[in-house]
Design a protein around this ligand. Structure first.
Ligand code: GLC
Length: 510
């Protein structure tokens, strides 16, 4: 198939602290990922995205980076990384690193130098403003703190900008030295062999000249969810040139946290910016047929129809897991996979959704994330033993619910588990050019209620039909074809029986 690898790939996000420990530690590490590569190959994912594993004081659990070109000892060493990358490639799995260009840690040598004096050569690598210590330079709000996006630096008598925590000062992308340095970071990892980057808060990097106030109606929304400037596009074109100077279709998958698909679409540029962008409005859409239909239509109209390739994601390390969001029903979590893998675009799965994990309940004394995101970051239970395969019984966050029975080992042994459903649907997708790359069209049978989504994917004469019933009641559907995969496993290999239960889904060869 003459398309870049990332167009047919299924991505799988690993949050390294929470995936697996090879060293009997309360936090996961790169060796832990390496040890489970056979499992990921068995599951059938094509590419891993690793959240940051770089040296970090961990104010934002790794998204505050103190050295872009190394591995935090908590996660291992550069040799561990090289081994992991080689292990992925040996299994034909791609690996994306997480590039965080918007900010560094306040402990990064660049910021320590910048902060040391107004005359330091690195001062202008960050965004400083004069003022008086009681009045921040503008009304921008930081994410996670509810306070201003500015911190007064007593020693040098100026404010510095941070769209996130005060420990995450924003880089000044107007300074060509910053642009060069970040291109250098990209090259450093690309030279090591990574297949591309997930890029953090890419829409945050280019600030509007003069840093104008956010409009009054936006007050209460962090500026990180609003920043959308022409300058971003120039910066991204620069990153794209670096990626494109390497062979092998190195990928830029950007986090564009602007909750409007029309805005997200602009970040594909003219085919010269991001290859792929996260589109979060569907993630925030409830389990509701008409609302989902609208989201799919927007994605088709605004991204596909312009010749770009969209992405589908329901869970990640920043949001409540979708099973929990959809009310906790495993049936819904199973049916949701048919959206992720059946719609046109590249799916991004989040570790643990394949065993139907719900968010952990975090008692107040165990809360560690200033952004309230601990629940979705609970460690993956690998076995039913008290240490769940980690070698410690008390990891950095509490175990997710039902870990004694809802774990990888138990579900591997149970062909009826959601884990096996993930594996079957991933295999069905890999075997079907129509599902991977085919055209999309709605094909609701006459009389199908609004809560039922039915679409086809077609390529080179091959046709697949997917039906998802988001309603609670069973519906009769006038569809014919062979059941390839059913969300409850029923009737696979036989003809579709004509009824789809509530919160169920089916993939047909038709
Ligand atoms: C992105 C990351 C999030 C992090 C933030 C600041 O949104 O996904 O985890 O806190 O950027 O780096």
């Amino acid at each position: 198939m003459d398309v870049p690898w990332w167009q047919s790939a299924v991505f799988y996000q690993i949050y390294p602290r929470s995936f697996a420990s090879s060293r009997h530690e309360p936090t996961g590490d790169l060796g832990g990922i390496d040890a489970h590569l056979d499992h990921l190959a068995w599951l059938g994912v094509d590419a891993l995205w690793l959240s940051p594993f770089y040296p970090s004081p961990m104010a934002d659990f790794g998204y505050d980076i103190a050295d872009f070109c190394n591995v935090d000892p908590l996660f291992g060493t550069l040799s561990d990384f090289d081994r992991l990358l080689a292990g992925c490639h040996a299994r034909d799995i791609k690996l994306l690193a997480d590039l965080v260009p918007n900010h560094t840690s306040d402990q990064h040598p660049w910021f320590r130098a910048a902060r040391s004096s107004r005359d330091n050569a690195k001062r202008d690598w960050y965004v400083w403003r004069d003022g008086d210590p009681d009045t921040p330079p503008n009304n921008w709000q930081a994410a996670f703190t509810g306070g201003p996006a500015w911190t007064w630096d007593e020693a040098t008598g100026q404010w510095y900008l941070h769209l996130f925590l005060p420990q995450q000062p924003d880089l000044n992308w107007e300074n060509p030295a910053v642009v060069d340095a970040m291109h250098g970071v990209m090259r450093w990892w690309l030279d090591r062999g990574v297949d591309g980057f997930r890029i953090d808060v890419i829409h945050g990097v280019g600030k509007a000249p003069g840093l104008p106030d956010d409009p009054p109606e936006a007050v209460g929304t962090p500026h990180a969810a609003l920043n959308d400037t022409p300058r971003n596009h120039e910066i991204i074109r620069g990153l794209r040139k670096v990626a494109d100077s390497y062979p092998g279709d190195r990928l830029l998958l950007g986090e564009v946290y602007l909750l409007d698909t029309a805005k997200v679409a602009t970040y594909y540029g003219d085919g010269d910016e991001l290859h792929l962008a996260f589109n979060f409005p569907p993630l925030y859409t409830p389990w509701d047929g008409p609302k989902w239909r609208r989201q799919v239509d927007r994605s088709i109209d605004l991204i596909d129809d312009r010749g770009y390739w969209t992405t589908w994601v329901l869970s990640n390390h920043d949001n409540m897991r979708h099973r929990t969001r959809y009310g906790g029903s495993e049936d819904r979590a199973r049916a949701a996979l048919f959206l992720l893998l059946g719609l046109r675009g590249s799916p991004v799965l989040y570790h643990g959704e394949e065993i139907g994990l719900e968010d952990a309940r975090i008692p107040p004394e165990r809360v560690v994330d200033p952004g309230g995101r601990d629940g979705c970051r609970a460690p993956i239970p690998w076995t039913g033993a008290p240490d769940h395969g980690w070698g410690v019984t008390d990891p950095w966050l509490p175990w997710p619910p039902e870990a004694d029975t809802r774990n990888v080992e138990a579900q591997t042994d149970d062909p009826g588990s959601i884990l096996h459903l993930y594996r079957r649907l991933l295999a069905a997708r890999k075997a079907s050019p129509a599902l991977q790359l085919g055209d999309f069209a709605w094909v609701p049978p006459a009389g199908a209620p609004d809560d039922v989504l039915v679409w086809e994917r077609v390529r080179d004469g091959e046709r697949r039909v997917v039906a998802v019933n988001m309603g609670a009641e069973p519906v009769a559907l006038d569809l014919t074809g062979t059941v390839v995969v059913a969300s409850d496993g029923a009737g696979e290999g036989g003809p579709f029986g004509g009824t789809l239960a509530g919160d169920h889904a089916v993939l047909l060869e038709a």
